[in-house]
Design a protein around this ligand. Sequence first.
Ligand SMILES: Cc1ncc(COP(=O)(O)O)c(C=O)c1O
Length: 369
Amino acid sequence: MLNNFCHFEQFLEKRKENGTLRVLGQKREGIDFYSNDYLGLAKNDKFKNLLLKKVLENPKLLSGNTGSRLISGNSFITTETEDFIAKEHQYESALLFPSGYNANLALFSTLPTRHDTIIIDEQIHRSVHDACKMSHAKKLKFKHNDIQHLEEILKKQKEVCYIAVESLYSMDGDMAPIIQIVEIAEKYNAGLIVDEAHAFGIFGYGLVEKFHLQEKVLATIVTYGKALGTHGAAILTKDIIKLYLINYASPFIYTTAPHDFLWMSIKTGYDFLKANKILSAQLQEKIKIFREQNIKSPSSENSPIQAILLPDNQQLRKLRENLFESNFLTYAVFSPTVKEGTERLRICLHSFNTEKEILGLTKIVKAFI
Ligand SMILES: Cc1ncc(COP(=O)(O)O)c(C=O)c1O
């Protein structure tokens, strides 16, 4: 019987040969140019102490929530946090999830029916692809940030269409032309869904809020594992869609609700962000220093994610190791996470990175490109 399972070993061997085998390493010590902790909240002592104080005042926050939210797990703090988030983002409703991955699974596997079409930007996050696999809807891709291509596809569709984009893309670090996409979605009556995982906290609450597009976007996803330094996510949408998800979204229904500590840390995170707007300004200063080094990159001018394309896998590995030897932690991204030929060094900038660190990093990078 075991012969039936030889392919696992073969596939892993292939990855080993290509040098793309994924293994779990311990967290490394070093200068952080790879985490999503853009504003340093995950290591901010003031933020930690605020959370600690709340836990000491109410240790029940750490207790399990004992069941699905539809059974025994819907605490007062969960609904209070959702109401707070909806108000902050000027949406009718918010629905919380333990992660952005779960939120995307719920949204895209539930709203589009078998008669509908989901049109995704080719660089959309994996969670949306996985959600599409759970859905019976047809999936079509448009070229990254290519409005004309999106319109060509929309023109040909007779069914109800959903469009899926990120506002700030996680691999290229570039932004969607969100205003034009909204216009096209309106023109073709398509439901636009915007994933703001990387924009939330960096550009205010994200681009939808920045450009006042709430009424024109069917749903927005914000996640709390990046700029907010905790984890979890919210779908921001209309009351009716929230109710629909509560009724039909398996990733929401058939799972135990997280403990209230998570929801409390998210609510506290919002308060902390509001009181510390300086952090996103500091981040922009650091991005500016990086950009002044004139390293070629497809990333946007003010993006905390700066990608440097280096399709030679060996060179890329060597660059990452050279950086590591100098204590710089970066993330080299290989296929299949990105398309073959677009392998890259992904640099994440943070409010806490110093000018000296950024110059040290870019000096090594420049020797490779
Ligand atoms: C664009 C995007 N959406 C969703 C997710 C998933 O969010 P989470 O890490 O909270 O599961 C990520 C995570 O990297 C992301 O980059």
